[in-house]
Design a protein around this ligand. Structure first.
Ligand code: ASP
Ligand code: MG
Length: 413
């Protein structure tokens, strides 16, 4: 007998019929002799619709505010609350016993970073008590509460974080991530038509890919899975096929040079010019930005002749408004001479594979493929298992395809 945590994303619970299908999956796992915990997302596009509604209400009298973050979370948690109750009812209707919990009801405590809170602890006893009573336990994804009892959310796609955190604290045998695709692909199949489903991928590769724009799994969820060594099985809720297993790296994984390619759109490069050059400046700049919960990437520093430096980095477009506020303040504090320049409409195309550790010529192959397609590379960054190139956004889709072709990712290894 095992313990399985299943998660159904928005499309897999989009209407009553799909909720019943998901309920049937949970019941089947239970009938196979497992204890089953089910995490659900908000139905269909509910979260997007709520965000839209918030934006409409935040416009008044020709002016517009950005929605207060606490109130936004207060609003968004309602989406998942609808699904948990309906899912528990569906399971009861199919003749099994079930109980649903909000994040607060299972003591899922987070910090106070509204809209991107981090999980601090979960009280597993309430869940275990209900499992021992023979019930299928349903938990609202994407939400938690602060120690004061305010609702928080875990970032878009955050139900995956809930899934893996529960997998870890309950010591689950597997986390099953049910979605509307067959698994993780060598590239986004909506862009690259001959992309192939990957059978097994290591945590580190998946971490790089999801950080680089492969949107199936949130980075934070994979980090958690790696730390607690919880295998994740990503699979389609509409069929019985095996999906993609995300697991600890095995020795034969290094034989594959590149496992996948990814594209991240909507990046902006920020260049801060005339930054005074003395110890502690970079620490201050990036410390302040991190305190505002903004993730930066692709940092480059160039020293100039006049004892100043140019520091550039990329951020996601969505963080730009917050970032500008922080950067303006930093520039003032650093003596007023520095200026920030913003260059939008960028994309990043990347290839990832643990095989890069042992194979040579990988970067050259990627650059050559881009060059032959007349795609100009603006910046290059690498890690042990990835190579990324910043390019113009309008060439993003093409870049992903040519890189995918260059490494013949459509062919099974
Ligand atoms: N409903 C939330 C979202 O759409 C969380 C999730 O689906 O994982 O981002
Ligand atoms: Mg959703």
């Amino acid at each position: 007998m095992g313990l399985i945590v299943q998660k159904f994303g928005g499309t897999s619970v989009a209407d009553a019929e799909r909720i019943h299908k998901a309920a049937a999956r949970a019941i089947a796992a239970k009938k196979n002799g497992n204890e089953v915990v089910v995490v659900v997302s908000a139905m269909g596009d509910t979260t997007d619709d709520l965000i839209d509604l918030a934006k409409q209400v935040c416009k008044f009298d020709g002016k517009e505010i950005s929605p207060p973050k606490r109130e936004m979370d207060q609003l968004l948690v309602t989406g998942e609350q609808v699904t948990i109750a309906l899912m528990a009812m569906a399971i009861e209707a199919q003749g099994e016993h079930s109980i649903s919990f909000t994040g607060g009801q299972i003591g899922l405590l987070t910090d106070e970073a509204f809209s991107k809170a981090r999980i601090q602890s979960i009280n597993k006893h309430r869940i275990f008590d209900q499992l021992r009573l023979g019930k299928v336990v349903i938990v609202a994804g994407f939400q938690g509460v602060t120690p004061e009892g305010d609702y928080t959310t875990l970032g878009r796609g955050g139900s995956n974080a809930t899934l893996v955190a529960l997998g870890a604290v309950l010591d689950a045998d597997v986390c099953e991530n049910y979605t509307d695709v067959d698994g993780i692909f060598t590239a986004d199949p909506r862009i690259v038509k001959n992309a192939r489903k990957i059978d097994r991928i290591s945590y580190d590769e998946m971490l790089e890919l999801s950080g680089l724009g492969a949107s199936v799994l949130q980075t934070r969820a994979v980090e958690f899975a790696k730390k607690y060594n919880v295998p994740i099985h990503v699979r389609n809720s509409q069929n019985e096929n095996e999906g993609t297993w995300i697991v600890v790296e095995t020795s034969n994984m290094e034989q594959i040079v590149v496992s996948g390619a990814a594209l991240k759109k909507d990046l902006t490069r920020v260049t801060i010019k005339q930054v005074p050059d003395y110890p502690g400046v970079a620490a201050k700049i990036f410390g302040d930005i991190a305190s505002a919960n903004i993730v930066v990437d692709d940092i480059i520093q160039n020293l100039m002749d006049d004892n100043t430096a140019n520091i550039s980095f990329t951020v996601e477009h969505g963080d730009l408004a917050d970032l500008k506020t922080v950067v303006d303040r930093i520039c003032k504090e650093l003596g007023g001479k520095c200026i920030a320049i913003y260059h939008g409409d960028l994309a990043k195309v990347s290839v990832v594979g643990v095989g890069m550790r042992v194979h040579t010529g990988v970067a050259q192959r990627m650059f050559k493929a881009l060059a032959e397609a007349k795609i100009n590379i603006q910046n290059i960054t690498t890690s042990e298992i990835k190579i990324s190139c910043i390019i113009s956004k309008d060439q993003g889709d093409k870049a992903l395809q040519v890189v995918h072709d260059a490494f013949e990712l459509h062919k099974a290894p």
